[in-house]
Ligand binder design. Structure first.
Ligand code: PLP
Length: 450
């Protein structure tokens, strides 16, 4: 496809995305044709290292042989099936997922997207508690469905949607690098989490009914890779329990090995009441899950709970889910993510010693953020520089994204697939280092600082 043909299709046949949204200007970006492992190719034959893991869902690499085998088998036997009958792949996936889930959250229900799973988790909490009010983080992202998930995505264009779902409230994320309370434990490492206490109290005073749930990502990814400080999640979980709220962790981006543990919540020594799973759960196909304990599941069902979609329990997506768990176990990907974590941290720390523009480095496993600032002293977000870094990386064969929230889009998010070799990680980091140095010395940085 040449540039004219692409432009013609976009102009004539595609519904445009709002200006300013990160998907605007799609037609000027490379057109992807195929991928293999951690490499993606465009229609011009150019190769890219995919340090975005696709849309965060190719953490097992593209087209892993076990996944291809499972999907091919199901294409020839059965892809879709009625939900009024059980099917073998669905049953197998319930068991395989249950085996790797944190006890007692071993009961699961399948849906299609991450947004579906969050909707269903919130609904479950409401059915169980009889409450309505749901509290999230002001830098969180939980999906794009118009009923509840985009209203809970306080860090992502909520104001653009006009009406928000009722009974959705936010509190401050534990953004230690920019915490407004100098004495907060997220800054000093001891004492009270003042940002938590203050914003939680404020949110509670806005509640309009009985509380039902609190929801957060174990690492707030799209908001700018916000990693909660030690002890934060535990303290917050206790606070939520005092108000009778079920604790939901959205493991869409952190589950299934990406943080160097099977589940993101394992780093916190906390067992949530409900978790949601999606992204690379289907190794490339869309399948998601809501997981909880038998006790919560039974209470929800007794109160009329159900959640489903036409393609929720398709044999082909469930087979992909089973393949994904097999791949994670057989290839030792949880351990591999932990090893990549060490490599990323070492390389990024070395870069931070040389490049002033790097204000902060945060992350776990294969999920990392590099926050760019115009000055380490003022910490002013370097949005233009981040944009330039993404563009220059792309031109040099590395796909990364800039993320952030509330007017900041200055965190370079790195998500190399867990199957990346040491050489591939080093190659990606070499490109990033070169680009960061070029941008730091360029007019872009001066303009941003002016
Ligand atoms: C943490 C989190 N939850 C939920 C979602 C929504 O997933 P989906 O786009 O599959 O609906 C996303 C999407 O990026 C996400 O990052």
């Amino acid at each position: 496809m040449d540039t004219n043909e692409v432009k013609e299709i976009v102009d004539r046949w595609m519904i445009p995305t709002a200006k300013g949204a990160y998907m605007a200007g799609l037609e000027s970006r490379p057109v992807i044709s195929h991928a293999c492992g951690i490499e993606v190719y465009d229609t011009q034959g150019r190769r890219y290292l995919d340090f975005g893991s696709g849309q965060m869902a190719a953490a097992l690499g593209h087209n892993h042989p076990l996944y291809v085998q499972a999907v091919k088998r199901n294409l020839e036997t059965i892809s879709h099936s009625t939900k009024t009958f059980l099917n073998v792949d669905r049953l197998t996936l319930h068991r395989r997922l249950g085996e790797i889930l944190t006890p007692p959250l071993q009961k699961s229900l399948f849906l299609v997207s991450g947004s579906d799973a969050v909707e269903a988790a919130v609904d479950m909490a409401r059915k169980v508690t009889g409450g309505t009010d749901v509290l999230g983080m002001n830098m969180g992202l939980h999906g794009s469905t118009s009923f509840i998930t985009r209203s809970l995505s306080f860090g992502w264009n909520r104001s653009k949607h006009g009406l928000a779902a009722q009974a959705t409230f936010s509190m401050m994320a534990p953004y230690a690098y920019r915490c407004p309370f100098a004495d907060c434990a997220c800054v000093t490492g001891s004492g009270d989490f003042l940002c938590m206490k203050t914003s939680f109290d404020l949110a509670v005073s806005n509640f309009t009914g009985k509380p039902a749930a609190f929801i957060m990502e174990p690492i707030l990814s799209a908001g700018g890779i916000i990693v909660p400080p030690p002890g934060y999640v535990k303290a917050l979980r206790e606070l939520c329990s005092q108000y009778g709220m079920l604790f939901i962790m959205d493991e869409s981006q952190t589950g299934l090995g990406k943080t160097g543990q099977m589940w993101g919540h394992q780093h916190e020594g906390v067992v949530p009441d409900i978790i949601t799973v999606s992204k690379h759960f289907g190794a490339g196909l869309p399948v998601s899950a809501v997981c909880t304990s038998a006790e919560i599941a039974d209470r929800a069902a007794a109160n009329g709970y159900f959640a489903t979609r036409s393609h929720a329990c398709d044999p082909i997506t469930c087979a992909a889910g089973v393949a994904s768990i097999d791949i994670i176990e057989q290839d030792g990907l949880v351990e591999r993510a932990a090893a990549i974590d060490a490599q990323l941290r070492e390389r990024l720390s070395a870069m931070a010693r040389q490049i002033e523009m790097i204000g902060d480095i945060r992350g776990r496993g294969v999920l990392y953020g590099v926050e760019l600032v115009t000055s380490r002293k003022t910490r002013e977000p370097a949005n233009d520089a981040a944009k330039a870094v993404v563009q220059a990386c792309q031109e040099q064969g590395l796909i990364v994204q800039a993320r952030g929230s509330h007017g900041r889009m200055n965190v370079i998010r790195l998500v190399p697939p867990m199957v990346s070799t040491d050489a591939e990680i080093q190659e990606g980091m070499d490109i990033l280092e070169k680009v960061l140095k070029q941008v730091a010395q360029s007019g872009v940085m001066n303009k941003a600082a002016a």
